[in-house]
Ligand binder design. Structure first.
Ligand code: URA
Length: 428
């Protein structure tokens, strides 16, 4: 049957379900350049407004995967397992998690991205380590994963991994079509399935600093992604975790690396440790590794050994000092009481204004920029006590960042209701 972009767009615009044939054709034609960017943008908007059913979503994801090469690690001597987070503020969990799970006996092949807007990207964080390189050949990736003293790799996806997503995401970013469960689920899962991992743990964030602002939407996204993974033969489970307040006490690339190293050394903020261990337990279970508790491995220091080896394997010097910002300024409390709210979006926005994030794909970031949080919700606060330290190389950015932070917290008389960090678990 012959297809046209206009007929496919019109079918979705009018609320119809696209046939397998229509989906296969439109994704392939877009990848080849035979469907124009403006046509794909119109189709993306129709999908945002009309959605996709489970069959359409599975077919769309398969077509995205088929636009490029699929990696295969089934011959590695150890089970492969990866984690994906839908993105949040201060989310440095991959940094301690990947070496921890490798130290438990799995291989962790993580193809990661750079940040856009208020959420940071794992590659940006790791690139703040002097010498560290995000680009690896497939052969080198395999060597690192096979080495029992390393076993974890975090690197940039090659241009041939789901090229349709690379182009489509760039369009979605500038056409108001990012926030859609089927488009997010297919974008993330096509890359994770093509990456060749045998098992996957998803950290789906819920709250002001996340894509999904409420639990119902996050549950829909997690369910769609788990179904896609399971249907593609990847053992997949999702945790729904809170993102109303930032994770840990830092947001910003080098600041977050330093905090991750504290966790690997047996310290670090309790919420970062809790989520790292919870996700590691899920990953180890999905990988089929029994009788190893990641909490014991972390306490025994073996995750730190894998971290150092993992950084060095990608050219980084794990002992080198991290970049330091040219300007810092401390924001103090104007009143005493208890910190009742610290908004993730406000902190993410402040870090971005300070230079830690980018506005457009391809821009550079300031490695040393970001926000240090001296208090978290529930902490007592005295008038005049430091609440934040902002770090930046651009002094002129400080007033706007401080204004964003001033709007993002509240001090009250009563402690806030305590909310669990791990809200739910969704399995296939
Ligand atoms: N991350 C992705 O890779 N894709 C999306 O659509 C959203 C977040």
């Amino acid at each position: 049957m012959t297809h046209s972009a206009v007929s496919v767009i019109a079918a979705k615009r009018d609320g119809g379900a696209l046939s397998d044939d229509q989906i296969g054709w439109v994704v392939d034609a877009f990848t080849r350049g035979a469907v124009a960017d403006e046509q794909m943008s119109a189709l993306a908007m129709a999908i945002v407004l009309r959605g996709m059913n489970r069959r359409e979503l599975a077919r769309w994801t398969a077509a995205m995967i088929a636009s490029g090469q699929r990696m295969d690690f089934t011959d590695l001597p150890r089970p492969t397992v990866d984690k994906h987070s839908t993105g949040g503020v201060g989310d440095k969990i991959t940094l301690p998690l990947a070496p921890l799970v490798a130290a438990c006996g799995a291989a962790v092949p993580q193809l990661s991205g750079r940040g856009l807007g208020h959420t940071g990207g794992t590659l940006d964080k790791l690139e703040s380590i002097p010498g560290w390189q995000a680009d690896l050949t497939a052969a080198r990736m395999r060597e690192i994963l096979t080495d029992p003293g390393i076993g974890a790799v975090v690197c940039a996806a090659g241009a041939d991994l789901v090229p349709a997503d690379r182009r489509l995401y760039a369009l979605r970013d500038v056409t108001g079509t990012v926030e859609s469960v089927p488009l997010i689920a297919s974008s993330i899962m096509s890359k994770k399935i093509a990456e060749g991992t045998g098992a996957l743990v998803l950290d789906v964030k819920v709250g002001s600093g996340a894509f999904m602002k409420n639990r119902a939407d996050a549950t829909d996204l997690a369910t769609a992604m788990v179904e896609l993974g399971v249907d593609a033969g990847v053992r997949t489970v999702a945790l729904l975790t809170g993102m109303d307040t930032p994770l840990g006490r830092t947001a910003g690339n080098a600041l977050e690396v330093a905090e991750a190293v504290q966790v690997l050394a047996g310290g670090g903020p309790p919420d970062v440790v809790e989520l790292t261990v919870a996700l590691a337990r899920e990953m180890v279970e999905q990988a089929g590794i029994r009788d190893t508790d990641p909490a014991d491995v972390l306490a025994g220091g073996r995750a730190m050994d894998h971290w150092r080896a993992m950084i060095a394997a990608q050219g980084g010097d794990p002992a080198a000092p991290l970049p330091v910002a040219r300007h810092t300024e401390t924001v103090v409390a104007h009143e005493g009481g208890v910190l009742t709210r610290l908004d993730a979006l406000a902190v993410g926005r402040a870090a971005w204004l300070l230079g830690a994030g980018r506005t457009r794909q391809g821009e550079s970031v300031q490695f040393a920029a970001g926000v240090e949080m001296h208090c978290k919700p529930g902490d007592p606060v005295a008038s005049g006590q430091p609440l934040f330290t902002v770090h930046t190389d651009t002094e002129a950015a400080v007033p706007a960042a401080v204004a964003a932070l001033r709007d993002g917290y509240e001090i009250g008389a009563q402690p806030p209701e305590s909310v669990p960090l791990i809200i739910d678990r969704i399995s296939g």
